[in-house]
Ligand binder design. Structure first.
Ligand code: OGA
Ligand code: MN
Length: 296
């Protein structure tokens, strides 16, 4: 049976989130199914796969159909301290022994940066294309993930703002997003890894042709603009881009896998009881080139 992709958005909103059925991600996937999922990602930007109890290897194998995977360097866990392989980002609140991290554990506090609206790896020269997040264990309540449609955000800008943002280039760094939460203690090594990276603010999707705002909590500066003015513009745009009409809130069930296009969305985690286990694992498909090299 071929995959079937059906919108889960209210009819008042243009295509953004959809559910994919008729596929078992633990099994080999046909070229036709991969093509259908890619087309679905370009039309929508968030795809939900329910009841997919994949293991790490199966998640990585499925993800590789869409491009090369990033090394998981965004979660402050060196190789020696990891529960899982470097092909997966550990989005859990668990330490290497599988215990819930202490409230003041710096890896947990760094991870709280995921609660700010962002696009994955926008701080890397080649940012993320797709992210695939698998829910292995979820808390009793809270911990939703929200997605904002950055194509809708661009489409609804007024002409004046559209002209202002057209050719802007922003600097992205995890130092900035973490700094916004008061997380400022970085090692020399981390500071070196977090050197700012430039990205275009307006990008065009190579498949759908749609333009979107490439916003992220990692933005700390805009080329040629005084910093306070730049940060205020980014705040304004973020407020516009995350208005409720543009947001899909995913309420997790165990064994959901959600795949999103970082070229067309921002996302954020919501709060949950930090004493409860939340074990989520993310594979990330690299976009391979910087937005500076993409046609605007
Ligand atoms: C991520 C992320 C949000 C969440 O995995 O990239 O931001 O809800 N996760 O855990
Ligand atoms: Mn993320």
């Amino acid at each position: 049976m071929p995959v079937s992709i059906n919108a889960i958005d209210p009819i008042s909103r243009s295509a953004f989130a959809a559910e994919v059925t008729g596929i078992d991600l633990r099994e080999p996937v046909s070229a036709a199914d991969v093509a259908a999922i890619e087309a679905g990602m370009a039309r929508y930007a968030v795809l939900v796969f329910r009841d997919q109890p994949v293991d790490d290897e199966q998640q990585a194998t499925f993800s590789r159909h869409f491009g090369p995977l990033e090394e998981a360097t965004g979660d402050l866990r060196p190789a020696a301290e990891r529960r899982i392989a470097m092909t997966l980002n550990d989005i859990s609140n668990l330490d290497q022994d599988g215990r819930v991290m202490a409230r003041d554990d710096r890896r947990r506090l760094f991870g709280l940066g995921n609660m700010l609206w962002h696009s994955d790896s926008s701080f890397k020269a080649a940012p993320a294309r797709y992210s695939l997040l698998s829910a292995r264990v979820i808390p009793g309540s809270g911990g939703n993930t929200e997605f904002a449609d950055m194509r809708a955000a661009y489409d609804t800008l007024d002409d004046e703002t559209r002209a202002v943002v057209a050719d802007l280039v922003c600097e992205h760094s995890q130092i900035h997003s973490r700094g916004a939460l008061g997380f400022t203690e970085f090692t020399e090594e981390e500071l070196r890894q977090c050197a700012p990276v430039k990205q275009r603010l307006v990008r065009r999707h190579p498949v759908s042709g749609r333009k979107s705002l490439f916003l992220s909590a990692h933005i700390g500066a805009i080329d040629g603009m005084p910093v306070p003015e730049a940060r205020m513009l980014i705040r304004d745009l973020t407020e516009h881009a995350t208005q409720r009409d543009f947001v899909y809130a995913h309420v997790w069930r165990q064994h959901d896998l959600v795949m999103w296009d970082n070229r067309a969305t921002m996302h954020r985690a919501r709060r949950y009881d930090p004493s409860q286990v939340r074990d989520m694992r993310r594979t990330t498909v690299s976009d391979e080139v910087s937005t500076l090299e993409q046609v605007a």
